[in-house]
Design a protein around this ligand. Structure first.
Ligand code: FES
Length: 570
């Protein structure tokens, strides 16, 4: 049985260990810690409060509850800050900083004296960043999420960030909602602490963390302001102490089988497209890779069971009340690897042996009566996406699944912003909008793949149009949208060869996206392609030089297990 090294762990290098220990204890004393406390094992608590992160507003009470659990179980809690990423407060996009937060988490967990750690995150990029850091630092870890927001109300209707944000903004652009009302709605979309209220990226990642086995079972969907979340936080503190005595590292919990289970749950909850990139990055830290073909198999075999926005009706508060992740896992039990082990030490089979007392079938459907027979997300291939693209069929318009149309090309995000609402833009409802230079290297892969419907079409009542790009889209968005096209156009991916007026074909049945131009012409155009000028300085320079493409999780090449092993061998 291990008791941890406590305050003696990873001493500062002065060339004299005894001096380092004496100095550390003396400085720890200045924080008011008694000798008795300093002799206990230590649980670090990675906290991420920020005046720029509304989703983490409840962080102080979560830290207090985790600390209470740690103390009750006989260890010393030590909260410490890391980078915090508030989705809507970061320019150009939070995605650029996910890897920075993962490095911060990994390095601070490794460098400071802690025997186990509780990581508290919530907003979109924070949980993947923490899981990536945890996988690399590989000390006993419990992931705690901040939990989703409760819904607000507007004229008797429930509102939840951020599917309803987009829905009302679409109405405003179409002239169906006036300026005064949109201002009123602005104050009613996000009314409590917590992450977006729908099955967006944050909620999807919370479900994935629980399925991987990195979070306490049953905790992904507890609303941020619910007392159960504080109870869960206290339990996480106790569990972390237990992990010191019975060590279990992230590398033992995140395995090929648990990653496959997580992809299944992603399909069953009809989760966010972003989660594919994040889960790929987390798995890549441990050398695990699920091929796009396998992803499609999982998607074709796994029905959508959860009826939540952005593709269905309910909100995360309904999902929690309906039974949460456990109820979903039970429905797809026969498709899961049941011998995976979670942070508590139990196998998935043991976890699922307890039947829930009640499941709300309006929110979590049975396997035999699904919301749809197939998973929400698929990989597409084609001559403009040789390394793949992602399509959220559950959030798309089925009438647009098999189409061929004229490409209306926007060369960059700036070009899009400048021309999309130009009354002279030559565009029809059956055209295909193409956005280039919005991939990881060019632009940090912002959530710009949800191209706005040009005002001239929106005002004619057009609600959807096929859109393709190397960007991402928000997990709360919807539409017939092909994303993450790899390799991106900026590095000479064939998306760069698409010209205005070319014909493009989308076939969801064949899982293909193709440019209907002959290969020789595509090659000729790509020969003339010039890489755009990229930022070269500091972190942004490091990012554009080392970020991998979307199909590899957009991690830095030197942080994946494969990249790191390659560097070591050279
Ligand atoms: Fe933080 Fe949506 S803005 S989860």
């Amino acid at each position: 049985m291990s008791e941890g090294k406590g305050i003696q762990g990873g001493l500062t290098n002065y060339g004299d260990k005894d001096f380092a220990s004496y100095l550390r204890r003396s400085f720890a004393r200045s924080m008011g810690l008694s000798r008795e406390m300093l002799d206990k094992p230590i649980v670090g608590i990675a906290m991420t409060p920020s005046g720029f992160n509304n989703c983490h507003r409840a962080m102080p009470e979560l830290v207090e509850a985790v600390s209470r659990g740690v103390l009750a179980a006989g260890a010393l809690p030590r909260p410490f800050p890391t980078v915090s990423l508030g989705e809507v407060f970061l320019n150009p996009t939070s995605m650029v900083y996910r890897n920075l937060m993962s490095m911060d988490t990994e390095e601070m967990v490794r460098a400071q004296p802690m025997d186990a750690v509780v990581l508290i995150g919530g907003c979109d990029k924070t949980v993947p960043a923490q899981l990536m850091g945890a996988a690399s630092a590989d000390i006993p870890t419990v992931q705690l999420v901040t939990g989703p927001m409760m819904t607000g109300r507007h004229k008797g209707e429930r509102l939840g960030a951020c599917t309803d944000c987009r829905r009302f903004w679409g109405k405003f652009r179409a002239g169906e909602v006036e300026g005064e009302e949109i201002a009123e709605i602005e104050g009613r979309l996000a009314t409590t602490a917590g992450t977006c209220a729908v099955m967006g990226t944050a909620s999807t990642m919370a479900c994935i963390a629980e399925t991987l086995g990195m979070s306490l079972p049953g905790t992904a969907a507890i609303p941020s302001v619910h007392a159960d979340r504080l109870v869960a936080a206290e339990e996480c503190g106790k569990l972390a102490v237990n992990l010191i005595q019975n060590p279990r590292k992230p590398s033992e919990v995140i395995t090929e089988k648990s990653v496959e289970n997580a992809f299944r749950v992603l399909m069953a909850v009809s989760g966010s497209t972003n989660a594919i990139v994040h889960l790929t990055a987390v798995a890549g830290r441990l050398g695990i890779r699920i091929s796009p073909e396998r992803l499609n198999e999982i998607s074709d075999e796994t029905p959508v069971l959860v009826d939540l926005k952005p593709v269905g009706e309910g909100y995360m508060e309904d999902f929690y009340a309906a039974g949460g992740v456990g109820a979903v896992l039970r429905e797809i039990r026969h498709l899961l690897h049941l011998d995976t082990v979670d942070v508590t030490g139990q196998t998935l089979a043991e976890r699922l042996d307890d039947e829930p007392e009640w499941v709300d079938r309006r929110v979590i459907r049975s396997f035999d009566d699904p919301v749809s027979n197939e998973g929400g997300l698929i990989s597409l291939y084609g001559n403009i996406a040789p390394q793949g693209a992602i399509f959220k069929r559950a959030a798309a318009t089925p009438e647009l699944f098999e189409v061929e149309g004229r490409a209306i090309v926007f060369e960059s995000l700036e070009d899009l912003a400048k021309r999309v609402d130009d009354p002279d833009l030559d565009i029809e409802a059956n055209d295909i909008m193409v956005l280039k230079n919005a991939g990881p290297v060019a632009a940090g892969m912002p959530e710009a793949g949800y191209l706005p419907i040009p005002k001239k079409l929106a005002r004619k009542g057009i609600k959807d149009i096929v859109r393709i790009s190397d960007a991402r889209m928000s997990g709360t968005a919807f539409g017939t949208i092909v994303l993450h096209m790899s390799p991106e156009s900026a590095v000479g991916g064939p998306l760069a060869a698409v010209e205005n007026g070319d014909r493009v074909r989308l076939s969801v049945a064949d899982k293909r996206i193709d440019l209907l131009v002959d290969d020789a012409e595509i090659a000729r155009r790509l020969e003339q392609h010039k890489r755009p000028e990229l930022q070269n300085r500091g972190y942004r320079g490091l990012y554009s030089r080392t970020v991998l493409q979307a199909d590899e999780g957009c991690d830095f090449d030197f942080l994946t297990q494969e990249g790191w092993s390659k560097e070591n061998a050279e």
